[in-house]
Design a protein around this ligand. Structure first.
Ligand code: 5GP
Length: 180
């Protein structure tokens, strides 16, 4: 029987199990260890959604690795008409360091494009994105993530840190919205 959960008004069915997620996350950590051998790395995890993925990936990296957590904020400036975005909590030195952005999901790619340009303003040696989930059908951004754990269909998912109206983050597995 397929496992199902209800969050608010919506029904979701089991999509990717805890074991499968953790297996892929461990392999991803090994890949990062090998690609960044001898390099000074800084992991920047994007809150809130990436907290669980970031926790599992950093636990699986068996070498020195600094991690920090930031929040993306968009607000209307009082003096300008355009949107102003910033990364709240980003105080780390980045010059000559290799930055790996840890994201939960890259959908249209709009968020990650903004995050990358804000990080590049700090002159890191390199910036790459490591995402748990990637929706190729929805993507129209400039920066396709180099490190992708799962490519998924263009359907809404929750669990393993991802929410539906703030609930569902505590689920250990990933769930997909059921068709009505
Ligand atoms: P993008 O800017 O790439 O379109 O969207 C990124 C953000 O949209 C993600 O960080 C996430 O907050 C939200 N998002 C996109 N797709 C999903 C999804 O399937 N489930 C959840 N929970 N959030 C999503």
């Amino acid at each position: 029987m397929t496992k199902e959960v209800q969050i608010h008004d919506k029904h979701f069915s089991l999509f990717i199990s805890e074991e499968e997620i953790f297996g892929v996350v461990k392999k991803m950590a090994k890949q990062l260890e090998s690609d960044y051998q001898g390099k000074d790395i800084l992991l920047i995890a994007i809150l809130n959604g990436a907290f669980m993925f970031a926790s599992d990936i950093i636990k699986s990296i068996k070498r020195d690795a600094e991690i920090t957590f930031v929040k993306v904020s968009s607000y209307k400036g009082t003096q300008t008409t355009g949107r102003v975005d910033e990364l709240i909590g980003l105080n780390n030195q980045m010059e000559n360091r290799h930055v790996i952005v840890i994201e939960d999901i890259v959908d249209t790619g709009i968020t990650i494009d903004k995050v990358i340009s804000l990080i590049k303003a700090n002159d890191p040696a390199s910036v790459e994105v490591c995402t748990l989930l990637f929706k190729p059908e929805a993507f129209k951004g400039k920066h396709k993530p180099k490190y992708i754990c799962f490519e998924i269909p263009n359907k809404f998912v929750v669990g393993y840190g991802l929410d539906y109206n703030e609930l569902g983050r505590n689920l250990k597995e990933l769930y997909q919205l059921k068709e009505a």
